[in-house]
Each structure stands twice: as C-alpha cells, then as structure tokens.
Design a protein around this ligand. Structure first.
Ligand code: PAF
Length: 284
C-alpha cells in the first residue's frame, strides 16, 4: 500500500490503475480509523479492484468553537489499519495541499440542512460538501462509500452528486456498533469511563422509539417527548432528538412511510450522533 500526499501523486496512481482496467472504490475519512471505516474499505474492496482511502481532517467542516484541534489523529495507526484492511493507496494531503489559498468559492447546501446537525452546526454541511466535491474531482472514483451513521451527510452527498451530475455511485453502508450497541465513532475515545458506560442508552432510546413506531404510535411530537424524557436521565445534554421523513428529512407531525429517528448528545468532550431508520406500519 502506498501513501500519497499530493494531488498530483494520487492522480498518477489512479491513472495507472484505470489504464490497467481496474475500477476505483473510494473511502473518504478524517482518520482515526475504527471498524466502521474498515467495513467501508471492505465493501469497496468487494466491488472494486483498486481502493483509495483518504485521510484528511477537513477544517472547513468545523465551526469556530468545535473540536478541530482536538480531533483525534494517529496516522501511523491509520496507515497500518488501512494496509491490513487491503487499501491500495492512502491519500493523506496536508491542509495546504487541499486549500493552498482561501477557497474562492464553496458549495452552499440549501436542502436537508434546516434540521438535525444542519441547525446545531451551522455551515458544517457546506464544509463537508465542499471537501467531498474536491475529493471526488481529485480521485474520480467509480463509487464512494459513506457510513449510514452520518445519515444526513449521506443524504446531502447523494443530493450533491445528483445536482451536479457527478459520475460516481454513492454507497451507504450500515452503522457498525460496539457489542453494547454504542455506534463506533472516532470521538468515542473522548468519553470518560462513566460516560462510556452510560452511552449505550442513546441507541437503546432509538430502539425504544422505533418500537413505539412499530407498535402504532405515529405522532412525531409524542415520540420526541418520550425520547427526550429518556435522554434527560443521562449525564450529558441533548443537542437534538427528532423524527423525520426519510430520506427527504422533512418534518411531518403524522409519521408515515420510512422515517429516521436521529439524535445528537453532548458529553463533556465528545458530541455523539446516532440514528435508526424504521418503516411506519399500517395505512399511509
Ligand atoms: O464523515 C467524515 O468522516 C467526513 O465528514 C468526510 C465525509 C470524510 C468529509 O470530510
């Protein structure tokens, strides 16, 4: 496995792979890899002969008071994990390589951003869309792989690819969880012992909400109230909890069809997100 730090270098690698008829699978990450990322690499490997993993902590998607400086980083560990997972190349650019000057323009996301992380992290998805657009232009893969844990991000990237006619297939892969249900996340490393032992209650709350829906509750506000009640028993604070139509992410009071229960919960040093997608039973 090669590590390439420049745009010119990664383009060369991809040109060679494509010239020998290999198809390209791409897994964009911000590093500090965990089993969730490895499942994306595995999925890419199943479908493609040549797999590129990018590791870049994108400053554009962090707000001024967010954890850009504290975001966990360990390149040696990431390199080893990517190699063992079978990646062919790791693209590891510096911020200067990606953004040599202030970006003269950015993608401004207008749909799907007035809910969930879009409201609690203003500008976040503009930063995500901008870097993903750049990465897709640099790597030009046949398919790119993203986790469903970031369901809003996935929906926005799918919209972007549609809106700009980018010739790539976007694949969403299931959330990978610890044995106790906590969704794997690079930020879990910042949970205290006590927070880590409490945190599985987030997924339990989502499962409980999904059960309420399965057993016939279709009032969004009632479900949200039930979940708020549960989450208020934790030691952190609720950033948001919502139930929205999926994949449109529209807020409707009377739920029907596919819906997403989504939450963000802030512990002392780690803000965690998770979601659960469920089909409302009965008449539409
Ligand atoms: O999901 C992430 O790790 C990031 O948002 C992404 C897609 C790599 C863009 O920086």
């Amino acid at each position: 496995m090669k590590v390439v730090e420049t745009i010119e270098g990664i383009r060369k690698e991809i040109e060679i792979a494509k010239s020998t008829g290999q198809s390209i699978g791409f897994v964009p990450t911000m590093g500090y890899l965990h089993e969730g990322h490895l499942s994306l690499i595995n999925a890419a490997k199943k479908d493609h002969q040549f797999v590129v993993v990018s590791i870049f902590v994108n400053p554009l998607q962090f707000g001024p008071n967010e954890d850009l400086d504290r975001y966990p980083r360990d390149f040696e560990r990431d390199e080893k994990m990517a190699r063992e997972a079978g990646a062919d190349v790791v693209f590891y650019p510096s911020a200067n390589e990606m953004y040599p000057t202030n970006m003269p323009m950015m993608i401004h996301v207008t749909s799907g951003v007035h809910v969930l992380c879009g409201t609690s992290r203003p500008g976040h998805f503009d930063g995500v869309a901008t870097v993903v657009m750049k990465l897709l232009q640099i790597v030009q893969p046949h398919a790119a792989y993203f986790g469903q844990k970031d369901a809003q991000q996935l929906a926005i990237i799918m919209n972007m690819v549609d809106a700009f006619n980018i010739p790539v297939t976007i694949k969403g892969c299931p959330t990978i969880r610890e044995e106790d249900g906590l969704a794997k996340s690079s930020r879990n490393v910042y949970l205290s012992k006590q927070e880590r032992s409490e945190a599985p209650f987030l997924y339990e709350a989502l499962c409980y909400g999904a059960d309420l829906i399965r057993s016939g509750m279709t009032s969004r506000s009632k479900i949200v109230d039930e979940l708020k009640q549960r989450l208020s028993q934790g030691s952190g604070s609720i950033d948001y909890i919502d139930v929205l139509a999926y994949p449109s992410l529209e807020r409707v009071e009377q739920l029907n069809g596919k819906v997403i229960l989504a939450l963000a919960y802030a512990y002392d040093k780690a803000r965690l997100i998770d979601n659960y997608i469920v089909e409302v039973q009965g008449e539409k």
